[in-house]
Ligand binder design. Structure first.
Ligand code: PXG
Length: 461
């Protein structure tokens, strides 16, 4: 352990954290009693904690550190931009070079005629923008009744009032009076958990047709948009059956519904293309971006809209914006990040080399006695923990008990993997090597073995 310890001892850092820091998606009492894990540095795909332990970060932070940790180029660009122009806004008829160059760059990368970018500081803000943007669009083009937005159960679109309303997370809606009015939810294409005896393709069509039913129920004249992640991320890396997206696209086209693809996780290489919409053949009118656009080095998000949507929106003043929309330092870092992704061929490597390699190794976990439905898509993957893979049964314990146990076993084995209920999921940096994939899967296997042992000891299986 040759890490320089230039900080307080772990217990003292934990005590300060417990006294003053409120954490997202965390029970305060629990973490304060136990002490938070303190991460002090990172390089490539490896994190180091305050005790000098090294962890393989199979979550790329929170699905965002696409180019891996520790790229000096981004630090250099940030420092240069801070010296030249650390801040200026893009309101009131002004602009600056990093924002306009980034908008041009993103427009060039985005498919079809998605040529216009409205910046935010993250995915939640961008999705809040989308709610106001689609309603303004329909108002400006003479269809002001089109205000309803359809989203999906178990989707994640952010934590602000608007974006959490779009999301379909029951636990979030239970706190703080959500969803806001005029947001409606349809089912998710989660065949493993909800498909029952149906064939996956038949189930995919059935779930897609819920959109048609919802439009009929609300009235086409009242529906502004559908928002959906190409692959649900935080919901558990849920890859829809092949039949699902073509049918969704067809219904949106048929009914004049704007399609918003939330690319916050799928975007910038994770699916083996620049955007998940390209991998899945989706033609969105709007895409939400964040996370991988800067590889998480600085906060930046945005909405990319088509020529048609921009034309409608631009007819009137859009009374919306954030102090940090297009922040020059974040934009400069994004440009450098995109340069690295392109010049190093990172997207192609996900598609042709490391994605297929991860899929082969990850899907091998299906042989484990408590694993069902292990499946990878690009550089994200999920599996279900199950007491019986034939019947796709769930455990008798409260949902998430076994998943949490498995996550703790992953940490003991030097691996960061996330659990969503009793599903385990990964989304590693796009730059991990074959050797690191092997380490990831070996460690995951050890954690699964430990979880299996515990399930037997407790008599749960
Ligand atoms: N859309 C999607 C698809 C996301 O995954 C957001 C929007 C919101 O982005 P911001 O930048 O506002 O956080 C996200 C964020 C998890 C987890 O536990 C996932 C996210 C955020 C926090 C935790 O998997 N995704």
């Amino acid at each position: 352990m040759n890490v320089i310890q230039n900080h307080l001892p772990t217990e003292e850092l934990q005590a300060i954290d417990a006294a003053h820091h409120l954490h997202p998606f965390t029970s305060g009492d629990e973490i304060n009693a136990k002490g938070a894990r303190v991460i002090t540095r990172a390089k490539g795909v490896w994190l180091t904690d305050s005790d000098g332990n090294e962890l393989l970060d199979a979550m790329a932070g929170l699905w965002c550190v696409n180019i891996g940790y520790g790229r000096d180029e981004l630090a250099e660009v940030a420092a240069q931009q801070m010296r030249q122009l650390p801040y200026y806004n893009t309101f009131f008829q002004t602009t600056h070079i990093p924002a306009l160059e980034l908008a041009q760059r993103i427009a060039a990368l985005a498919p079809g005629d998605l040529n216009h970018v409205f910046f935010a500081s993250g995915g939640s803000e961008a999705n809040d923008t989308n709610i106001r943007l689609v309603r303004s669009y329909w108002q400006n083009v003479g269809k002001p009744t089109k205000t309803a937005i359809i989203a999906r159960v178990n989707a994640y679109h952010g934590s602000s009032m608007g974006s959490a309303s779009l999301g379909g997370m029951a636990a979030m809606h239970a706190q703080g009076g959500l969803p806001i009015p005029d947001i409606h939810h349809i089912g998710q294409p989660h065949w493993w958990a909800e498909g029952g005896d149906r064939d996956p393709e038949e189930f995919g069509l059935m779930r897609a047709r819920e959109l048609k039913e919802k439009i009929a129920e609300l009235g086409e004249a009242n529906v502004a948009a559908l928002i959906a992640e190409p692959i649900q991320g935080a919901g558990g890396v849920i890859v829809p059956p092949d039949s699902y997206w073509p049918e969704i696209q067809r219904i949106c086209d048929e009914h004049e519904i704007l399609l918003i693809a939330d690319e916050v996780i799928c975007g910038f290489g994770r699916t083996g293309d620049w955007f998940g919409s390209q991998t899945l053949n989706i033609r969105p009118d709007i895409m939400t971006i964040a996370k991988g656009v800067t590889s998480g080095y600085l906060p930046l998000g945005g909405s990319i809209v088509s020529d048609r949507v921009a034309e409608g929106l631009n007819k009137d003043e859009f009374n919306h914006g954030y102090t940090y929309s297009g922040h020059p330092v974040a934009a400069a870092v994004a440009l450098e990040n995109l340069r690295i992704i392109e010049e190093e061929g990172i997207v192609e490597r996900v598609r042709d080399v490391i994605g297929p390699y991860l899929a082969r190794k990850w899907e091998g976990l299906n042989d484990h006695p408590i694993v069902g439905g292990a499946h990878a898509f690009g550089l994200m993957a999920g599996l279900a923990l199950t007491p019986d893979k034939q019947s796709k049964a769930i455990f008798d314990t409260p949902p998430g008990t076994v998943g949490l146990r498995c996550r703790e076993a992953c940490f003991r084995n030097g691996l960061v993997m996330r659990h969503v209920g009793d599903r385990m999921i990964i989304s590693p940096p796009l730059v991990l090597s074959e050797e690191e994939v092997d380490m990831l899967v070996d460690r995951a296997m050890r954690a699964l073995d430990e979880t299996h042992g515990w399930l037997r000891e407790e008599g749960i299986i």
